[in-house]
Ligand binder design. Sequence first.
Ligand code: 13P
Ligand code: SF4
Length: 354
Amino acid sequence: SPSDPDLVERARAAKEKLGDKVFVLGHHYQRDEVIQFADVTGDSFKLARDAAAKPEAEYIVFCGVHFMAESADILTGDDQKVVLPDLAAGCSMADMATAEQVAECWDVLTEAGIAEQVVPVSYMNSSADIKAFTGKHGGTICTSSNAERALKWAFEQGEKVLFLPDQHLGRNTAVRDMGMSLDDCVVYNPHKPNGGLTAEQLRAAKMILWRGHCSVHGRFSLDSVNDVRERIPGVNVLVHPECKHEVVAAADYVGSTEYIINTLEAAPAGSKWAIGTELNLVRRLANRYADQGKEIVFLDKTVCFCSTMNRIDLPHLVWALESLAEGKLVNQIQVDKETESFAKLALERMLALP
Ligand code: 13P
Ligand code: SF4
């Protein structure tokens, strides 16, 4: 939908007034009305890497979700302030692993006598606390664009991986990219005593997957893939690795949001694509390539936006920019020093992956 011209003008004016003092980052799942004001757009890896790209900017306005803003705060200098235009923009997946639950899990692994062999690998989509736990226990962060490299690195450090909090990214990477079998993976359920696992199961496993998932990508099913193949002969199915294993196994291409964009950019005219990821991005790409004859459809019959990504809308962005332009710091995301130092260790291990 077209954005309100009055709000567009206010955002433009506030951004112009702030000049080099502000750096706006936008995740690919953001609304078009917001993304038009982003200085940099990217997947979670690119945004983590680029967060510190403009050290002279006093304010980083993060158009994305809470864990991304936290990561930006961790990776930037103390004099740079990170602002999330709506504090309710969380991530239900990140909320599926709390610091207490993960500490309890580590106790279970210790009881089973395997904690020393386990290297934690945490998906970027986790709180700063979980990242700090990861750093403290010798592990690394990963995103959907480097999960394979992160797992390779982790298996050079130890014999087993505790993968937090997305079971699907963990399983898909282990099986699809690392050649492991489904039997090498067990799922730790934080709501059950001992994670619902016996010590024998834990000792036999290579991948201990946390029982978390993305509710947006969880909607895609094997039926969605079969239906679209029937409906559109010759269609290429391209999905994000947060989708269930059966969906990823049935797809033709799998990758991060940045990978999805690059793949469609390189696709020949006349090709047909069904995309399994968040709808703002799919719609943007469908519009962008319509006049080049690339047919791009959403992989599911019902629409699905990420409701928390969508909380950042133009009114919230205008409010944040106008407040900053008046010298009023609002909605700052600030990770405490102790958490930050361990979380930074884990994030820097990711940034240093070969
Ligand atoms: P990427 O942009 O890294 O592919 O991540 C998708 C996502 O779910 C972010 O929340
Ligand atoms: Fe979280 Fe899924 Fe939304 Fe990404 S798409 S922010 S993983 S709920």
